[in-house]
Design a protein around this ligand. Structure first.
Ligand SMILES: *Cc1c(COP(=O)(O)O)cnc(C)c1O
Length: 362
């Protein structure tokens, strides 16, 4: 007899990250993981280096420095914030660990962030996929799949990999159809990029309802993916659960100081949003001119759909790769005909358009 894992664990397909390199290509531009082309705030790097002088000391265990900075910037009670030193991925995992029992049903969209399925299987719970033929979370289809066993609903808003979003109104309608003992987890990893009047990141929902949680990350707009910092704004009872199950020193002092400085640097955030807006519009328009379908995106990436046949996504990916451009194949997300492209530097974006023009023979 050998040790056996919990039911569900071996149903997990391990997460495959966006490629970082290409065989035989020396200088690559990585546009596969939605990282920031502007990088982090210089103030964050400075704070990180300063904190590195005291490595022999344990960090303050509740991430108070960071929670206070977040509270100050967003006007939130720091007691209702829990931080993670392993990204917001770890927050999502902790929520699943804290609330899911074997046989519970967990709803999420067919084309959505793969981690939701991993966290569900890891707790012997049952994933229930919501069809989204329009590549946008479908509230009616979700509500049609709610049963007495539904315990958790995950929604990335904006969605990864489609770039679509649902309005505050629709989010409230989704919430209204859930039982009070079902947890609605709003993953707002890309919320800072959204420029839509009918969008709400989740703060208002969490403030109002005891069964809604919002998760956020420093990996995208703040350019700190390598530092692995995430946080959640959640009801007091949910924070209590997370504070019991998280590691006692789960955010290092370097992480706390770097993230606090990053979130306070509003000018850097504004620059990053402006860059993204400008180049997302450019890429969307130029790639559409080549006859390809580009989804309307509110995030820092676009989804490009390729036709079948001669100009298919696999050939496009190989061609772009030969030019040193790494995009993200999203077959693992159920979209074999599409590639996801992160908005990059001005030079990177122009190179992508030139390469796609050549590939499409225009
Ligand atoms: C990138 C991303 C995250 C962030 O993950 P981290 O662990 O914080 O780096 C969370 N959710 C979605 C949908 C993402 O695309």
């Amino acid at each position: 007899m050998a040790p056996t894992p919990k039911p569900g664990v071996l149903d997990i397909t391990p997460y495959v990250a966006g490629r970082a390199g290409l065989a035989g290509v020396e200088h690559v531009i990585k546009l596969s993981s939605n990282e920031s082309p502007l990088g982090p705030s210089p103030l964050a790097v400075e704070a990180l280096l300063k904190a590195a002088r005291d490595l022999e000391l344990y960090p303050e265990g509740s991430a108070q420095i960071l929670r206070e900075a977040i509270g100050e910037v967003y006007g939130l009670d720091p007691a209702r914030i829990v931080a993670s030193g392993d990204g917001s991925d770890a927050i999502l995992t902790m929520l699943a660990n804290g609330y899911l029992r074997p046989g519970d049903e967990v709803l999420f969209s067919e084309h959505d962030f793969i981690l939701y399925k991993i966290a569900t299987f890891a707790n012997s719970a049952t994933p229930v996929e919501i069809p989204d033929p329009k590549l946008r979370f479908d509230v009616d289809a979700a509500l049609a799949r709610v049963t007495p066993r539904t315990r958790m609903v995950f929604i990335a808003n904006p969605n990864n990999p489609t770039g679509s979003y649902i309005s505050h109104e629709e989010m409230r309608r989704l919430h209204a159809g859930l039982s009070p003992d079902t947890l609605l987890v709003i993953d707002s990893a890309y919320s800072e990029y959204v420029r839509k009047n009918d969008y709400e990141a989740g703060i208002e929902m969490v403030s109002r309802y005891p069964n809604v949680v919002m998760t956020r990350t420093f990996s995208k707009i703040h350019g700190l993916a390598g530092m692995r910092i995430g946080w959640t704004y959640a009801p007091a009872a949910v924070c209590d659960v997370l504070n019991r199950i998280r590691g006692p020193f789960n955010v290092s002092m370097m992480q706390q100081h770097a993230a606090a400085a990053a979130i306070r640097d509003r000018a850097h955030v504004e620059r990053s949003v402006a860059h993204n807006e400008q180049w997302k519009t450019y890429l969307t328009e130029e790639i559409r001119k080549l006859g390809l379908t580009v989804n309307e995106s509110v995030a820092n990436f676009v989804l490009i759909q390729f036709p079948k046949g001669e100009k298919n996504s696999v050939k496009a990916d190989a061609f772009l790769g030969s030019k040193g451009l790494i995009l993200r194949g999203v077959a693992g997300y159920g979209l074999p005909d599409a590639l996801r492209l992160t908005i990059g530097s001005a030079e990177a974006n122009e190179r992508v358009v030139a390469a796609l023009r050549e590939f499409m023979g225009r």
